[in-house]
Write a protein that binds this ligand. Structure first.
Ligand code: XMP
Length: 334
């Protein structure tokens, strides 16, 4: 795509001009499309003077942290630091049932981890004579719709839920540390970001990834988050997404996941009655994430998914499919 290639070259030149010969840039990445594309663009522009940080918050999907490491660090050559905060996050989530409290806790803890790492990186960056410049910039993968939304931040999602991915960070980072904000995707819509990702050589599966919320599967476990429920949600979600891919439906769906309902339903295993969790499958199609419809699955696909989940995920006795539209439902469970 000629236009996108040109945009890419222009952005790379822009970044170089802004950052200068020695300047260094810090960012939080999630493995999602936006932060990955933005990070690759930074890497192309300034190499290892760009520092990406991934915080494992303990509520990422199955093997996700390892996969992001492979993609960003190995395949894309991005200077990535991974911090494992999973123990502390899960510890802090004990006893927390309120969705907003979960979000606030995860968001706050995320900032603590990120800031601690930022200080270490700053020190390392300052010592390295090949790089030498101070970290002066903070990069964010903000898209055009995010810019619009924050200009008129009165939308229903703003008042119903606090959405923070890496949101909330720049305010503290930019005020507290005097970092200047770089947002190379600010003028782009999602499909343009995907096209840019392709132009940058990012693999198709990553470019087409569904969005994933910052608070991760914590908002896909109703009520208290425990390690047991996180494991169940991960396994069920992994089966669900794998079967969606196998059926060739992934790109027709905007977002899909398996949630855990902690009420127990009765089931029969062998000749015994057992009580197990209820898995709620959710898959939606949407263009703007403000309204959405449940995806119309072929029945056999749902049956195959149900069979695999009840047979392979220990502790689950039922699988249900959520057909609620948004509104009145939301895309996430909490
Ligand atoms: P809802 O559930 O409000 O979700 O219909 C709309 C879109 O926003 C995502 N979402 C979040 N993203 N932090 C995030 O980074 C959050 O706390 C959060 N809550 C919802 C959701 O996955 C969907 O894409």
């Amino acid at each position: 795509n000629w236009t996108m290639e040109r945009f890419m070259e222009e952005q790379i030149a822009n970044i170089r001009r802004t950052v200068g010969e020695k300047g260094q840039v810090l960012a939080a990445v999630s493995g999602g499309v936006d932060s990955t594309v933005a990070a690759k663009l930074m890497k192309e522009a300034i190499g290892d003077r760009f520092w990406a940080v991934l915080v494992n918050n303990g509520v990422m999907r199955l093997n996700e942290c390892e996969q992001v490491k492979k993609d960003l660090s190995e395949a894309l050559g991005i200077n990535l630091t991974v911090i494992d905060g999973s123990k502390e996050f899960l510890e802090g989530l004990k006893g927390v049932e309120d969705p907003e409290k979960k979000r606030k806790f995860i968001g706050g803890k995320f900032i603590d981890f990120f800031e601690a790492e930022a200080i270490k990186i700053e020190e390392a960056a300052a010592k390295d004579p090949t790089k030498a410049g101070k970290i002066e910039f903070f990069m964010q993968g903000t898209l055009y719709p995010d810019v619009i939304e924050s200009l008129s931040f009165k939308g229903p999602s703003a008042t119903i839920k606090t959405h923070h991915n890496v949101g909330g960070l720049p305010a503290r980072m930019t005020n507290g540390q005097g970092l200047k904000l770089i947002e190379p995707l600010r003028s782009l819509y999602k499909d343009e970001v995907r096209a840019l990702g392709r132009a940058l050589g990012i693999r198709e599966e990553l470019v087409m990834r569904h969005p994933f919320p910052g608070p991760g599967i914590a908002v896909r476990i109703l009520g208290e988050v425990t390690e047991e429920k996180v494991n169940i949600a991960r396994q069920a979600d992994h089966i669900f997404i794998s079967e969606i891919r196998k059926a060739g439906l992934y790109d027709q769906i905007s977002q899909a996941y398996a949630a855990v309902d902690p009420s127990r339903a009765v089931g029969v295993m062998g000749d015994k009655r057992v009580y197990g969790y209820i898995i709620i499958l959710r898959a939606v199609t949407t263009t703007d994430y403000m309204t959405a419809e449940a995806f119309n699955f072929p029945w056999e696909v749902l049956q195959r998914i149900m069979n695999r989940i009840v047979n392979e995920v220990h502790g689950v006795s039922r699988v249900v499919y959520d057909i609620t539209s948004k509104p009145p439902g939301t895309i996430e469970m909490e």
